[in-house]
Design a protein around this ligand. Structure first.
Ligand code: SF4
Ligand code: SF4
Length: 189
């Protein structure tokens, strides 16, 4: 299935609309994501999380926490098997056309299990309309998913962007991905 992220992206960015599905017992985003405002690194439980009770600073939690909604909560295309606490995957985005998959470091192989892996490959198929640039972050490493292969970019580099696509040589298409510095102010495409 193509993943229509239009509604999900707008809610992820603004989160002013009620989520489609309640988070329930899941707190996985409080583990997998980096939260600068509380100096929480990615991949460890937040010091403000009380298991079973939720955020202990709910009334004053950082805006980046208040605004965050993973795609599972806001997309009716993602079924129960994609519930983060079950799949061990938190799906979200920071750029239109990109899907970020943050993997629970306690289950680092979760993204390569089925039905997830095949679906990530299908979303990453750039020959299809509505395809996505699929980035997988697991234990500090960054992978860019293509149908043909997963390009391992090595340790993630915060604040450094990623470019990806295909190199065409002698009629042969080869996936590529690399880190790129942000263009200087005033630069044009
Ligand atoms: S990962 Fe998604 S479902 Fe789980 S707590 Fe965060 S927003 Fe809710
Ligand atoms: S501050 Fe609260 S909402 Fe934000 S990561 Fe920590 S426990 Fe989760």
């Amino acid at each position: 299935m193509p993943l229509d992220l239009t509604a999900a992206e707008s809610r992820s960015a603004g989160a002013t609309t009620a989520a489609v599905k309640p988070c329930g017992e899941c707190n996985l985003c409080c583990k997998v994501l980096r939260v600068n405002a509380v100096e929480k690194p990615a991949g460890v439980w937040c010091q403000h999380l009380i298991q079973g009770a939720g955020c202990s600073i709910h009334a004053i939690k950082p805006e980046e926490c208040s605004r965050f909604q993973c795609f599972w909560t806001v997309s009716d295309q993602l079924g129960e098997e994609w519930r983060p606490i079950r799949s061990k995957l938190v799906l979200w985005s920071n750029i239109e056309g990109r899907l970020i998959v943050d993997v629970d470091p306690s289950s680092p192989g979760a993204w390569r299990r089925e039905p997830y892996y095949s679906q990530l490959k299908a979303w990453a198929d750039r020959s299809r309309p509505g395809h996505l640039e699929v980035l997988v972050r697991v234990k500090g490493r960054l992978y860019v998913v293509f149908p043909e292969e997963d390009v391992d970019l090595g340790p993630e580099r915060p604040h450094i962007s990623v470019a990806s696509g295909y190199l065409v040589e002698a009629g042969r298409r080869t996936p590529y991905a690399r880190f790129v510095e942000a263009p200087p102010a005033g630069a044009t495409a």
